[in-house]
Each structure stands twice: as structure tokens, then as C-alpha cells.
Design a protein around this ligand. Structure first.
Ligand SMILES: N[C@@H](CCC(=O)N[C@@H](CS)C(=O)NCC(=O)O)C(=O)O
Length: 208
């Protein structure tokens, strides 16, 4: 089955999907559209937005749906209903933090960055760290012993938070260790090195 992931040449909402595919060594075309090409493509998209994963004849949009689709296929969606529910819950919690992050990045970076770092980030990270302790004390993966799609989302979120505020995880040792461990996974590490050389922007407006 041929796979093509269409998104802008930024990390944004596609990056956890790319990380999952790279880590699991799933071959895919990493199709990055320019703003000019996007004007033509937009009307053809189901919700007028990307990322879009083309899987054979199937066209899948909505980043969460893409992640869960891949998670079901590659065994990254938990082994029991309770695990799957926990993974989804964890994912949605990170999405909430990401919405707050994206609000600052896209609407009020200059005046909003510092208040976000001081007032919002510690509160949100504390909740996520607490939840990460649920299985195996957070020493392995979100769902305990085995990987899930939420790991890729958590890693990317922590990674971009560290760009915004390099000491953000200093008071959150479990999150910090998770981030360090995940970055050392061989396929992830190779991808991160390649990405660093390309200097892929984090967000669409150049703010990070
Ligand atoms: N809920 C969607 C949101 C997708 C979205 O906001 N995509 C943005 C890029 S991050 C986009 O396509 N922007 C261009 C546009 O709306 O014309 C998802 O999770 O995939």
C-alpha cells in the first residue's frame, strides 16, 4: 500500500505522524506543499486543510484520525479497551496544551510568550507529568511497556516546548527523561539529525 503524507514544509501537525512513520520504518512519501501549490490543493481537501494521508485510494484528513489509523495498523493503540482509552485521553490532553501553545504562537507571540511560560506551561506540564506516572511510573512509554501513538505526540510537544523555553522541563524530571530517552531511539535520532540539517520551521509563521 503506497503512503503519501501531504503537509506544508513545517513541523506543525504533521510532525508526530512523520515521527511515527519514521520510527516504525514505514515507507512514505513526505510530500511538502508550497503556499502557491496549496491554493490549488485546498479546495480539493475534505475540510480544506492538511495534513492529509493518502493510503492507496483512501484520503485521510484530521491529524488525530491519521495518527489513530496508523496506530491501529502498527500496534500503537493499546492492547485493551482501557489502554486505548487512556492513550486517547493522554493525546487529547496534549492537544489542549498544543492549542494554548498555538494561540500564543499565532496570535500574540510578543506579549503572550512570557505569560504562557510563567503561568500556563507549568500548570499544563504538571498535569501531563502526573498522568505519565500512571503506568510503570512513566519510565517507559505513555501506556507503560509498549509504545503508542501518544508517545510521538508527547515527544514532539515536549520538543517544541523546549524550543520555546529551553528550561521548561527542569521541574518535570519524568517528562524530561521521556524526552531524552525518546530522542535516543535510533530511527528517531537519525531523523532528528536530518531534520536539524534541513532546519525545518516549527510553525507556519516562523515563530517558535
Ligand atoms: N483539525 C485539523 C486542523 C488542520 C489544520 O489546522 N491545518 C492547517 C495547517 S496546521 C491548514 O491546513 N492551514 C491552511 C488553511 O487552512 O488554508 C487537524 O488536526 O488536522
Amino acid at each position: 500500500m503506497s503512503l503519501k503524507l501531504t503537509y506544508f514544509d513545517i513541523r506543525g501537525l504533521a510532525e508526530p505522524i512523520r515521527l511515527l512513520l519514521v520510527d516504525k520504518q514505514v515507507a512514505f512519501e513526505d510530500h511538502r506543499v508550497s503556499r502557491e501549490a496549496w491554493a490549488e490543493l485546498k479546495p480539493k481537501m475534505i475540510f480544506g486543510q492538511i495534513p492529509c494521508l493518502y493510503s492507496g485510494d483512501e484520503e485521510i484528513v484530521q491529524s488525530g484520525a491519521i495518527l489513530r489509523h496508523l496506530a491501529r495498523i502498527h500496534g500503537l493503540n493499546g492492547n485493551t479497551e482501557a489502554e486505548t482509552t487512556f492513550i486517547d485521553m493522554f493525546y487529547e490532553g496534549i492537544r489542549d496544551l498544543h492549542s494554548k501553545y498555538a494561540h500564543v504562537i499565532y496570535t500574540c507571540y510578543e506579549e503572550g510568550k512570557q505569560p504562557f511560560i510563567e503561568n500556563i506551561l507549568p500548570v499544563e506540564l504538571a498535569k501531563i507529568e502526573k498522568l505519565l506516572h500512571t503506568f510503570k511510573n512513566g519510565e517507559h512509554f505513555v501506556a507503560g511497556d509498549h509504545e503508542s501513538y501518544a508517545d510521538y505526540v508527547l515527544f514532539e510537544e515536549l520538543d517544541i516546548i523546549l524550543i520555546l523555553h529551553p528550561t521548561a522541563l527542569d521541574k518535570f524530571p519524568t517528562l524530561k527523561r521521556f524526552h531524552e530517552r525518546f530522542a535516543e531511539r535510533p530511527n528517531i535520532k537519525a531523523y532528528l539529525n536530518k531534520r536539524a540539517a534541513l532546519n525545518t520551521p516549527v510553525n507556519g509563521n516562523g515563530k517558535q
